[in-house]
Structures are given as structure tokens and as C-alpha cells.
Design a protein around this ligand. Sequence first.
Ligand code: KIV
Ligand code: NA
Length: 265
Amino acid sequence: DKPWTVPMLRAAKLDGRKLAMLTCYDAGFARTIDTAGVELVLVGDSLGMVVQGRDSTLPVTVEDIAYHTACVARGLSRALLVADMPFQADASAERAIDAATRFLQAGAGMVKIEGAGHKLGVIRHLVEREIPVCGHLGLTPQSVLRLGGYKVQGRDEDAARRLLADAVAVAEAGAEMLVLECVPTPVAAAISAEIDIPTIGIGAGPQCDGQVLVLHDMLGLSSGHRRPKFVKDFLAEGGSVQGAIQAYADAVRDGSFPDAEHSYA
Ligand code: KIV
Ligand code: NA
């Protein structure tokens, strides 16, 4: 099979093909994830929590993401590698170009940026300079200080409308994919129907065009935090690390994950 490229993302959405994504931080897991046929791999700033043992993603640096991106890239041959913009590395277009260039030179094929608002200009700036961008809306963990915690977003009608408008704006700014985190199922479904780039949900219901989970979470490693509702331990059903990753990829592809138990109504 051919390696995944950015233009294949919109094509997959047109074909109704569900995309599976996992976070990954090292070459060993990258090989296993790639072998299982998972289409997308994210070097998330969640590494601040699951690898570095911190309380939030805020302390993660460009250096950290570049290092882990290089490690993961060596383990992949098919999956498309997405690197997370760490906190404030995308505060200006100039900073974002510098960080994104490092991630692409380390082997990423795309960078992920949280938020809309002033980030729309940053997204446009990167896309115009040949850097593919994935958006991220809903619960954006880099907003934890303003939000006062990790909570479901877009619950009331007004917030849902704003979220939909932001999603349209992110797509219009040139993003090729959009992560939706902790969003009620009907809101994520409406966004997915409205935009022509794939939505990748985490706690956003089964009607997104793909799904993502943090690797440690889906292997049952809670790293001392309470397990969110949308997390499923696939190791319990898969029997081995390889089996768990395969079970996750299969469940995303056939639409059986997430079910109502792992979504917000
Ligand atoms: O950092 C991360 O792992 C993420 C995913 C949860 C989408 O941003
Ligand atoms: Na992240």
C-alpha cells in the first residue's frame, strides 16, 4: 500500500472511509501502529502528560516535539505524521513558521494548531508557505487556564453555533483536517457534514470522519489521571499491544468505536 499523503485525506472523506489516528512518541510504537494500518499518527503535546508526567500540556517545547517527531518518523513507512504546535509556538506567524519547519524537517507531513480567532491568520500563513495544517477545536487543552479545567465544549446552542462557525473558518483558512475534542455527538456531526475536510474526533461521537486517542489511554495506562468517558481500554479486548492497536483500527474503520458509552450526547 502507498504511503498516506495530504490529498488522500479529502479523498477518504469523499469515499466515506473512516480514518484512524493514534498519538505516538517513539519509534517502537510507531512501527507497531504503522503495521496495524493506522492512517494517521500524532506526536501530541499530550506527551507533556503521558511521557513527561506533567499536569498540563503547557510546559511542552518546540524542542520536545521536534525530538519525538524525529523518533516517530523513523518508525513509520505508511502513516501520515502530524506534529503538534506546542503552547505559544503558534502565537505569531513567524514563530509558527520556524517551529513548523523544524517539525517537517524532522519528518512530519502536517502540523496541528489549536483554536480559531487569531490562529486563522497563522493557519493561512503556513498553508500559503506549503505547510499543511490540521486544526483542533472544541476542548483545546492549551486553553486550560482560561477554561478552568478540561470540560465538554459546545454544549449550549450559542456555543455550538460558535464552534460550527470556527470549524468553517478553519477549513476556509486552508486546514486539511480538523480534530474535534470533547464535543457533543450532534454538534460534531453537524460540523462533519458542513465542511469538506475530514474531522477527527476524540470524545466527539461516531459521526466524525475519523477518530484519535492518546496511545497510553487506549492501552489502559491512566498516568494517574481520571480516565475520561471517551477513552476505551483496547488492551483488555486486544490481548496484546499489537492486538489492541489492531482492534482500535478495526473498530474505527467499521464504525463500532466510539459507541454511546464513549460519547457525549
Ligand atoms: O496532544 C494530543 O494528544 C492531542 C490529541 C488528543 C488530539 O492533541
Ligand atoms: Na495536543
